[in-house]
Design a protein around this ligand. Structure first.
Ligand code: PMP
Ligand code: GLU
Length: 396
């Protein structure tokens, strides 16, 4: 048989999803594993959102919708953007997709030709790297270490730009680090993007999950010249505990949205009509559920950060957003733990799963060797259990 396509063959499976599947399978097999792999809220979707979906089904809202989403959802998205970020967008500047992951794909599709360079600050969410490759782009990884708070500087960005650079993928608050760029840091990055005329795919899906009273600045709020180059991505998965409903959305210049809508009309056809009705209820209904979940995440963050930093030989920064911590395991490399040689964060995560029955994501696939990502979107009981197991494992 002939070879499969080179681009497709080069794509690596999502490490976050693979670990999630593995730990869920272990649980199904009766093994008492605690999962900190996938970043997925453990809360149920709020009742008023589920009721809107029930109503949509009862009223036969079960047919195709426009490829880039219903008018009602685009209007709800624009109102939420105005309220949360002070941004003015028209419904014609919005597109809805089957999950924010697909927004990233479609955004890259709209601006990247094969061979174009796309700048990706590391540590990064594992899917960005593969998605850039999937559109034929060349990822240019710019590493921001723990000592820099995992944040790329404007100078680093400027140094990485070449005539082939088409876009920057920015994720703020960041998965996997939980770090948040300040308005000043973003403004400095934005100046470089405008001066060098590159697009910015700004994934702000965690913008409602901010702690210590901090507020997230949207990249698009940094001026008109910035906004017209920005493809702003968000979705309902994280803020409203709706990962399975598969609704993401993006906002951009009308010219870019038109290209993306054409693409959507041939790829997914349209997002689920029922999920879109539910997303309207999420974005337009009462927002106290978002605040309630945010508060619970903040409490969990405080607990997990304190526990990790109280242990010998591991440490983590205290993130200001999202629901992840990056645990530094560099001091563990070269050790033998529970009879396993640990020479990489991958070895550490594998041994922790096997002997500690705790599932985490090793940083290698996220441009952060030497680190382990914990998602604390898990119940407090499970976080306590996971920390107790880690403590015991480290002594093994
Ligand atoms: N962006 C980031 C940074 C994420 O962490 C995720 C979660 N997988 C997504 C996008 C995708 O979210 P969705 O469930 O809407 O596809
Ligand atoms: N965003 C989550 C994570 O990083 C969900 C899994 C995925 O799609 O990568 O774990």
């Amino acid at each position: 048989m002939k070879e499969l396509a080179q681009i497709a063959s080069a794509v690596q499976a999502s490490s976050t999803m693979a670990i999630d599947v593995r730990s869920k399978q272990m649980q199904a097999d009766g093994i008492d594993v605690v999962g900190f792999g996938a970043g997925e809220p453990d809360f149920n979707t709020p009742d008023h959102i589920k009721a809107a979906a029930d109503k949509a089904i009862a009223e036969n809202v079960t047919r195709y919708t426009p490829a880039s989403g219903t008018a009602a959802l685009k209007e709800a998205v624009c109102r939420r953007m105005k309220e949360d970020c002070g941004l003015d967008y028209k419904p014609a500047q919005a597109a809805v997709t089957s999950g924010a992951k697909h927004c990233v794909y479609i955004a890259l599709r709209a601006v990247v030709d094969p061979g174009d360079e796309v700048i990706l600050p590391a540590p990064f969410w594992v899917s960005y790297l593969e998605l850039i490759k999937m559109v034929g782009g060349k990822p240019v990884v710019v590493t921001a270490g723990e000592d820099a708070g995992f944040k790329m500087t404007a100078e680093q960005l400027a140094a990485a730009i070449t005539p082939k650079t088409k876009a920057l993928v920015l994720n703020n608050p960041c998965n996997p680090t939980g770090m948040v760029y300040s308005k000043e840091e973003l403004a400095a990055i934005a100046r470089v993007c405008v001066e060098k005329d590159i697009y910015v795919i700004s994934d702000e899906i965690y913008c409602n999950l901010m702690y210590d009273g901090a507020k997230c600045t949207s990249f698009a709020a940094l001026g008109e010249e910035v906004k017209e180059r920005t493809i702003l991505i968000n979705g309902v998965s994280k803020s409203y505990a709706m990962t399975g409903w598969r609704i993401g959305y993006l906002l951009a210049d009308e010219r870019i949205v038109k290209v993306m809508a054409n693409y959507l009309s041939h790829s997914t056809g349209a997002p689920s009509s029922i999920s879109q009705a539910a997303a309207v209820a999420a974005l337009s209904g009462p927002q106290d559920c978002v605040e309630e979940m945010r508060r619970a995440f903040e409490e969990r963050r405080n607990y997990i950060v304190e526990r990790v930093n109280a242990m010998e030989g591991v440490s983590c920064l205290k993130p200001e957003g999202a629901f992840y911590i990056m645990m530094n395991v560099e001091k563990q490399l070269g050790r033998t733990i529970c009879g396993e040689a640990v020479n990489s964060s991958g070895d550490f995560a594998a041994a922790l799963l096997k002997h500690g029955l705790v599932a985490t994501v090793p940083g290698g696939s996220m441009g952060a060797p030497g680190f382990i990502r914990w998602s604390y979107a898990a119940s407090m009981d499970n976080i306590k259990k996971g920390m107790d197991r880690l403590e015991k494992f480290l002594k093994g």
